[in-house]
Design a protein around this ligand. Structure first.
Ligand SMILES: [Zn+2]
Length: 314
């Protein structure tokens, strides 16, 4: 029996429902899909909406939950497509509206913590830990343009690292990179021995069929790789394993004038743009600290001290 809170699916069944949680005193209505295959196999957990305005990833997870059929499945799939419903309804950028914290820095969570810490705790212990494998879907936020990429977190455990690396390479997104973000979904799961990846596509509040399909099909590709379906996919496109990345962050409040576009290749020392005050005085000149591809670029004119500006990976 596949089970999340009061929701269940017996072998061969698909079900969905809204799980009502009280998180740090706040009611959360969490949509959940359970797909229990007709044959036994591994359990895959898929989440989206950890960041509430990354719409291509949320729509990809909704479609997965609505369409995945038990009779095509060996194993079980839990889909939580809008993992932070209050951030979704508030169209909130980066953070939860209740406590101002980034949910993807709180895992594995704190049971009696603030809203985001307690929500992370529930998601990790009630959902993610049920998985033999875990995929977290993301994209650029409302103010970010983004080149699709997949991240995994090496823990030093050879079998786990091999499994997560293989999931990343089979997802069907060209750029793959190792990430080490503390408190993130995929890092916490990996440290708990669950092979995990985080896949990103889309951004700026736009949800195109191309990016939805990239993420939706990516989950299907991983399911086929894990032996959960008999789907056959064309051999992987040539994956580019990026070896390092650098994030540039704003040092001041001001206005941001980038000189490059997302997906563009840049070389070390290249002028990437500037942060200025509203009178036109440059506060921060941006030079590329490394050569590589622009993986994401913040596209809002408004810039706040400490916020990310862009990332370069090579
Ligand atoms: Zn995100």
């Amino acid at each position: 029996m596949l089970k999340v809170a009061g929701l269940t699916a017996a072998q061969g069944q698909r079900t969905h429902g809204t799980v009502i949680l009280t998180v740090s005193g706040v009611e959360v209505q969490l949509p959940v899909f359970l797909i229990n295959g007709t044959k036994p196999g591994p359990t895959l957990v898929v989440t989206a909406g950890i960041h509430g305005a990354e719409y291509a990833s949320i729509e990809a997870a909704l479609r997965l939950g609505q369409t995945l059929a038990p009779d095509t499945l060996q194993g079980q799939v839990i889909v939580v497509p809008i993992a932070n419903p209050l951030a979704f309804s508030a169209r909130s950028i980066y953070v939860s509206p209740v406590d101002g914290k980034n949910l993807n820095r709180q895992f594995p969570g704190v049971a009696n913590g603030t809203y985001s810490q307690a929500l992370a705790y529930w998601l990790f212990h009630e959902v993610i830990q049920q998985g033999d494998a875990y995929i977290d879907l993301h994209g650029g936020d409302l103010i970010e343009a983004l080149q699709p990429f997949v991240i995994h977190f090496p823990t030093g455990d050879p079998a786990g690292d091999q499994a997560a690396g293989a999931m990343a390479r089979h997802f069907g997104i060209t750029h793959v990179i190792e990430g080490h973000t503390p408190g993130s979904t995929y890092a916490a799961a990996s440290e708990a021995g669950i092979p995990a990846i985080l896949a990103e596509a889309g951004g700026q509040g736009i949800w195109t069929e191309k990016n939805i399909a990239l993420l939706h099909q990516g989950v299907h590709r991983v399911m086929a790789h894990l032996g959960m379906t008999k789907q056959v996919f064309a051999p992987d496109r040539s994956v580019i394993m990026l070896e390092h990345w650098a994030w540039l962050c704003a040092e001041n409040n001001g206005v941001f004038y980038p000189r490059i576009a997302v997906g563009e290749q840049v070389t070390v020392g290249q002028d990437l743009g500037r942060v200025a005050d509203v009178f036109g005085n440059t506060l921060q000149s941006l030079k590329a600290p490394t050569s590589g591809v622009i993986l994401f670029l913040v596209t809002s004119l408004a810039m706040n001290s400490g916020d990310p500006l862009l990332a370069i990976a090579g």
